[in-house]
Structure formats: structure tokens, C-alpha cells
Design a protein around this ligand. Structure first.
Ligand SMILES: *Cc1c(COP(=O)(O)O)cnc(C)c1O
Length: 359
């Protein structure tokens, strides 16, 4: 018997999405590193990435890259988060390439490579205004580039940037143009071309599709844009050949009752110390699902397959939905299914409470 909550992943649809994105980028001479952190590096999905034509597998978690390497010893792996000094041992063993932004870390990395007779490829990160990782001062970037170039064990693979993560800054011709300019200056300094100018993540895809990506950008690191189509809600493009239903979450109804929509009593904070907005819509037919924030993150981001269902909200272990407008007469024990957004996929694939099925 099926076990709920359940996450069904359609690997064929995923592979098709990978092929579509890889091909689109190839047309602009852009290599795609397939990012697996959004689904916790689940190996059947990594396999679909590889089958779909992704050569480099990227993650922000060393643990995931280690599993990839165990399964496919020859896979090319890219560490996305600036590494901790305490994980460099693992980095040199299980990642071929890493994003870097600190001289201290690069020096340690070089030392480790020397000791173990290994080499490691480095992409130096530049902060163009999103204010998460990366060199902010040009001089520091150039100094690090020379340092890596002159070290024996580290290979300066290129430079890159990340946008649209903390500061919500949109990649555009101006900020990515700056990255290309910096790449040219470094190339002059070292007297050769850089292999990689990495222009960001899924949020840079729109520039590829609208023919606005600067010529020199030849690498993107993409996760979200392969898995889902949620970015189409925020940016000016549609990719109808992409599947939006790679993932399906199903949960079971444990209570159905007519209740008011506005809480009764003094409103203070919910289970997480927040005060959501409650709107009074009168008495509605409400159902409780046995799935909650611990399993899927924010349930308000779920999209019910039955378009007449609305999500009210929930708590750690419960999701509350509105059945009032449904033509289907739902009963206790019935299963309700949803499409997911990035946050939901991230939580659901990592939850030990959710049964995972691959199709
Ligand atoms: C997560 C991440 C990516 C991929 O982001 P998506 O939005 O999933 O495409 C790329 N680069 C870095 C540094 C990241 O941390």
C-alpha cells in the first residue's frame, strides 16, 4: 500500500528538462553545471541530469558531491558554497572544481593539494551587488587571481558571480558586462584565456532566452530552472517545452469540518512566532492534511492539482485547505496532490517522513 505523504518524481520529465536547458545554452556556447542541492542530491535525479547531457554536477554540500563520486567515480564535481577550512580534506578528494573568495582558504587548499599530490580547479567569485559571496574589491580579486595562477597545484579555471540570491539583484547586461570586463583584465594579466566565465544561476537564464547574455559568459550553474518553471512567474520568458510537473506531492485528508476562517480569541503568534494575516471569509469547508512545514516548508507555495482547492496555511505537521468550492466530494482518507515550488522540493526531498517514488 502507498505511504503518505508521498513525493513522486518523474525522471523522464526531469531528463527532458535537462536536455532542453542544456541545448538552449549550448546554442549560445554556454556550458551548464547541473545543480543538485535543490533536491538534496538524490541519486536517481542526478542520474537523470547525467542522462540529459550535464557534464558537471554542482552542489553547495560536500556530502552530496561525495555521494555522487561514490556512485560515479569519474563525474566532474563543482562545489558551490565557499568551502569551510574544516572541509578542505573532503573538497580535494570529492570535488574537481570549487568557487572561492578567500586567500586564506586558497592557501590552505594549495597546501593540501601539495601534500596529497592532487590538483584542484578554482573559480574566483566576484560580488556584483547581490552582497552574498565574492570579492568586492577589484584589487583583491586580481591579487587572488595571480596567487592561484602562480601556485603549482591550483588551476585558475575562471571567474564567476552569483546574483538574485540574497540581495534579489537581477542579472542584466550591465552587471554581467562588468564580470566579462574583469575576466578580460585578468586574462591580460596572466597572458591566457580563462576557461570559464560563470554568469550565475537560474536567474541568468532569461538573458540567454532573450539574447541578452554577454558573449563572454560561457558557463551557468543551474538547478531551479531545470526542476521547475516557477521563475517564469517573475521573469519575462516562457519555455513551453519544459515540464512543470516533474514533482508531485500527495497527502492524506485526516479531518473535514465546517469552521470559520477568522481565528477566535486574542491573536498573538503562530507556532513559528509569526503572525500571519487572516481574512474573514465566513464559514468554509476545511480539511486537514497530514503534511506540514517540517516536510515541505511553506505550504502556501503548494499548487493543488484540483484548482478549486485553496491552501489556508498550516503548522509543523498540518496543512489546512479549503474544499468549499470543490465539485469533488472529498472524504476522510482521500488523497490530495500538489505541484511544488523550489522551497517545497528542497524540504520534501530532504524529509525522512516523505516516501519517495520514482517514475
Ligand atoms: C544554488 C546555487 C546555484 C544554483 O541556483 P539555482 O537557482 O538552483 O539555479 C548556483 N550557484 C551558486 C553559488 C549556488 O549557491
Amino acid at each position: 500500500m502507498a505511504q503518505y505523504p508521498e513525493l513522486v518524481v518523474n525522471l523522464e520529465k526531469l531528463k527532458h528538462n535537462v536536455e532542453t536547458i542544456v541545448k538552449l545554452c549550448e546554442e549560445k556556447n554556454i556550458k551548464v553545471a547541473g545543480v543538485i542541492k535543490g533536491f538534496n542530491g538524490c541519486l536517481p535525479m542526478v542520474n537523470a541530469y547525467r542522462a540529459g547531457g550535464v557534464k558537471t554536477i554542482g552542489s553547495s554540500r560536500m556530502e552530496q558531491l561525495k555521494e555522487v563520486r561514490k556512485m560515479w567515480p569519474n563525474a566532474e564535481t563543482l562545489m558551490l558554497r565557499i568551502p569551510m577550512l574544516s572541509e578542505l580534506d573532503s573538497l580535494v578528494k570529492d570535488a574537481n572544481i570549487s568557487l572561492q573568495s578567500e586567500l586564506t582558504t586558497l592557501k590552505e587548499l594549495n597546501k593540501l593539494c601539495l601534500e596529497n599530490n592532487l590538483c584542484h580547479r578554482v573559480i574566483l567569485m566576484v560580488d556584483l551587488g547581490d552582497l552574498r559571496e565574492g570579492f568586492f574589491k577589484k584589487e583583491e580579486l586580481f591579487k587572488a587571481a595571480m596567487e592561484v595562477e602562480n601556485s603549482k597545484e591550483l588551476i585558475l579555471e575562471g571567474i564567476g558571480t552569483n546574483l538574485g540570491c540574497y540581495g534579489s539583484i537581477e542579472p542584466d547586461e550591465e552587471n554581467l558586462g562588468k564580470l566579462c570586463e574583469l575576466a578580460k583584465q585578468i586574462e591580460q594579466g596572466i597572458g591566457r584565456e580563462l576557461a570559464v566565465v560563470s554568469g550565475g544561476a537560474t536567474t541568468s537564464l532569461q538573458l540567454v532566452l532573450n539574447n541578452k547574455i554577454p558573449n563572454k559568459i560561457n558557463h551557468l550553474r543551474i538547478g531551479d530552472g531545470i526542476l521547475l518553471r516557477d521563475m517564469e512567474n517573475y521573469f519575462d520568458y516562457t519555455l513551453n517545452e519544459m515540464n512543470e510537473d516533474v514533482f508531485k506531492l500527495s497527502a492524506e485528508i485526516i479531518e473535514i469540518k465546517e469552521k470559520p476562517t477568522y481565528p477566535i480569541g486574542t491573536i498573538s503568534v503562530d507556532a513559528f512566532g509569526n503572525t500571519p494575516e487572516y481574512t474573514d471569509q465566513g464559514i468554509r469547508k476545511r480539511a486537514l492534511l497530514a503534511v506540514g512545514r517540517q516536510d515541505i516548508g511553506d505550504m502556501n507555495k503548494l499548487h493543488p492539482y484540483d484548482e478549486n482547492i485553496k491552501v489556508f496555511g498550516g503548522s509543523s505537521d498540518h496543512t489546512i485547505i479549503d474544499l468549499t468550492d470543490c465539485s469533488n466530494n472529498y472524504q476522510i482518507g482521500d488523497i490530495v496532490s500538489f505541484e511544488l515550488e523550489y522551497e517545497n522540493v528542497l524540504y520534501a526531498t530532504g524529509s525522512t517522513y516523505i516516501a519517495k517514488e520514482y517514475q
